[in-house]
Design a protein around this ligand. Structure first.
Ligand code: PGA
Ligand code: ZN
Length: 418
C-alpha cells in the first residue's frame, strides 16, 4: 500500500518553448517521484484533451496554469491521505475524479503528470529502477526496444516543406544499443553532408531534431535517406532500414490526399505507399492514411501487412477501444503508444497488452514537444516495446532517452532482443 502525502505541479517549458507540467508525488513514507509530460503537434482527433489556458496574453494561449491548478487544488486534496495499492487503483481514482469521457475537466496533461509521478514514487518506495517497476506492473520481461531514429522531417514538424512527417532509420540486426547509436550517428552525419551539398543549406533542424531540407517531393526524402546510408558505408535494408511516418491526416481534406502537388483518392494513396515499400527498404508505414479513413487502412493492410508494419498513431490514439476495432477489422498490425494520447499509464498499458496479445508490434513513442525527462526509455524497456521512437540524436530532449537506454544496456544489463 502506498499512502499519498501530496501531489503538486508547476508549469515548465517543453522543447518547442511551450508550457507543460512537471508534477511531484510524495508518499507518506517520504518516497517521492517527479515527471513531466510531453505534447504533440500533429495530434489525433481521438486524443484525450490537453488542457491549455486559452489566455492570449500568456504563451499565445498555450499556458498550463489551469492544469497546474487542477493538480494543486483538486487532485491533491482528493488524493492526500488515501492509500493506493497499485497504479491501476490510483489511475481509476483520477479517471473518476475527472468524470469526462476525454479527460477534459482536469486535463489529460494534469492527470498523466500525476499518474507518472506516482509511478516513480512507487518505484522509489520499492527500491526498483523505473523500468523494473513498470515491467512488474505489466507482468513482462524487460528488454531494450529497437530505436526508430529520425533522419528527415517534413509536415507539421518542419513547416510543411514536404507533406510527409518523418523518415527514420532502424537497424534490424543491431547487436546492441551502443552499436545502433554509432551507426545512426554515421548515417546522420552523411545525411547532413549530402543535404548541405545538395541544398547548400545551413543545417536547420525540425522539431524532433531531424534534418529538414527543402526536398522536391516526399519520395526525394526516401531517396536521400538511402543515399545517406550508402554514403556512410552501410547496406540499405540489410544494415539500415527505413520507417516512414506519413502522418496522412495532416494533408487529407475532403476525401483527397494532397501530396506533392497531386490530389489522390484513397486507392491511389495506397498505390503510392505500395510503390515506396517496393522501391525502398521501408519496414514500417505509420499513419499512411487519414485517421478516419478505415476503408483506406484496410486496403493498405490487404496490400502490405505481410511485408511491413502498418502502424497506427492518429488512427488508434493509444485507445483500447480503437485498437480493439482495428484488430477485429484487419486495419493495422502495429500500434504506436503515446501515453499522453490516453492520459493514464493504466489505460496505455491496457492498449499495449491488447496489441501484444493480437501479435502486433508495439512502438513506444515520444511526442514532438518533449522535455529532458527520460521516463519514456524506462517505459520502452519495462513494457518490452518492439521499437522506441524518440526523434533524432541531436537535441537533449531526445538524447535524454537515448542516453538512458545506453545506461540500461551498460549498467543494468538489458539487451536488445535477438
Ligand atoms: P506529434 O507527432 O507528437 O507532433 O503529435 C509525432 C508523431 O506523429 O508520431
Ligand atoms: Zn505519427
Amino acid at each position: 500500500m502506498s499512502e499519498i502525502h501530496s501531489a503538486s505541479a508547476i508549469e515548465i517549458l517543453d522543447s518547442r518553448g511551450r508550457p507543460t507540467l512537471l508534477a511531484s508525488c510524495r508518499l507518506s513514507d517520504g518516497s517521492t517521484g517527479q515527471a513531466s509530460v510531453p505534447s504533440g503537434a500533429s495530434t489525433g482527433a481521438a486524443e484525450a484533451l490537453e488542457l491549455r489556458d486559452g489566455d492570449p496574453n500568456r504563451y499565445a494561449g498555450l499556458g498550463c496554469l489551469k492544469a497546474v491548478a487542477n493538480v494543486n487544488e483538486t487532485i491533491h486534496p482528493a488524493l492526500s491521505g488515501r492509500q493506493f495499492a497499485t497504479q491501476a487503483d490510483l489511475d481509476r481514482h483520477l479517471i473518476d475524479l475527472d468524470g469526462s469521457p476525454n479527460k477534459s475537466r482536469l486535463g489529460a496533461n494534469a492527470i498523466l503528470a500525476v499518474s507518472l509521478a506516482f509511478c516513480r514514487a512507487q518505484a522509489a518506495q520499492r527500491q526498483l529502477p523505473l523500468y523494473a517497476h513498470l515491467a512488474r506492473m505489466a507482468g513482462l520481461q524487460p528488454r531494450l526496444p529497437q530505436p526508430m531514429i529520425n533522419l528527415f522531417s517534413g509536415g507539421a514538424h518542419a513547416g510543411g516543406q514536404v507533406a510527409i512527417q518523418d523518415v527514420q532509420i532502424v537497424l534490424p540486426g543491431a547487436s546492441s544499443m551502443r552499436r545502433t547509436l554509432e551507426v545512426a550517428s554515421d548515417v546522420f552525419r552523411a545525411a547532413a553532408a549530402l543535404a548541405s551539398e545538395q541544398f547548400g543549406m545551413r543545417l536547420l533542424r525540425a522539431d524532433e531534431g531531424g534534418l529538414a531540407p527543402a526536398f522536391a517531393s516526399s519520395e526525394a526524402m526516401l531517396q536521400s535517406a538511402v543515399a545517406a546510408i550508402e554514403s556512410a558505408g552501410y547496406r540499405p535494408g540489410d544494415d539500415v532500414a527505413l520507417t516512414v511516418d506519413v502522418a496522412a491526416s495532416q494533408f487529407h481534406a475532403a476525401g483527397r490526399y494532397l501530396i506533392d502537388g497531386e490530389s489522390l483518392e484513397r486507392a491511389q494513396m495506397v498505390d503510392l505507399l505500395d510503390q515506396w515499400a517496393r522501391n525502398y527498404p521501408v519496414i514500417s508505414i505509420e499513419d499512411g492514411l487519414d485517421e478516419a479513413d478505415w476503408t483506406g487502412w484496410q486496403l493498405l493492410y490487404k496490400r502490405l501487412a505481410d511485408q511491413v508494419m502498418i502502424l497506427g498513431d492518429d488512427l488508434l490514439c493509444t485507445n483500447p477501444g480503437r485498437i480493439q476495432r482495428a484488430i477485429a477489422t484487419d486495419t493495422a498490425n502495429s500500434a504506436l503508444l503515446k501515453v499522453n494520447q490516453i492520459g493514464t499509464l493504466t489505460e496505455a498499458l491496457e492498449a499495449c497488452m491488447l496489441a501484444k496479445r493480437a501479435g502486433w508490434k508495439v512502438v513506444i513513442s515520444a511526442r514532438s514537444g518533449e522535455t529532458e525527462d527520460d521516463w519514456l526509455a524506462d517505459l520502452g524497456a519495462g513494457w518490452a516495446g518492439d521499437y522506441i521512437k524518440v526523434g533524432s540524436i541531436t537535441q537533449s530532449d531526445r538524447l535524454a532517452k537515448y542516453n538512458r537506454l545506453l545506461y540500461l544496456e551498460q549498467v543494468d544489463g538489458l539487451r536488445l532482443p535477438g
